[in-house]
Design a protein around this ligand. Structure first.
Ligand SMILES: [Zn+2]
Ligand SMILES: [Zn+2]
Length: 66
C-alpha cells in the first residue's frame, strides 16, 4: 500500500571522504547492484544494506578540474 519509490530513497551510504580537508560527499546513485548480486550468489548471503566509503583527495583540494 506504499506507492513511494524506495529505490535510492535511503541511499546515503556511499561516501567520498577527503583526507586533506575532511569533506564528506555523498553519492546518491547505487553503484553496488552488481556487487550485491555476486556476493549473494557466491556467498549465499541475503544482503539488506551496505556501506561504501572512498578515501582520497576531493576535487577542491587536488585542484584538477580538467
Ligand atoms: Zn578536500
Ligand atoms: Zn549502495
Amino acid at each position: 500500500m506504499n506507492d513511494l519509490r524506495t529505490e535510492g530513497a535511503d541511499h546515503f551510504h556511499h561516501h567520498l571522504v577527503c583526507i586533506e580537508c575532511g569533506a564528506v560527499d555523498e553519492i546518491q546513485e547505487d553503484l553496488l547492484g552488481d556487487v550485491e548480486k555476486i556476493v549473494e550468489k557466491d556467498w549465499n548471503f541475503k544482503i539488506k544494506d551496505h556501506r561504501l566509503t572512498f578515501h582520497g583527495i576531493c576535487h577542491r583540494c587536488h585542484g584538477d578540474n580538467e
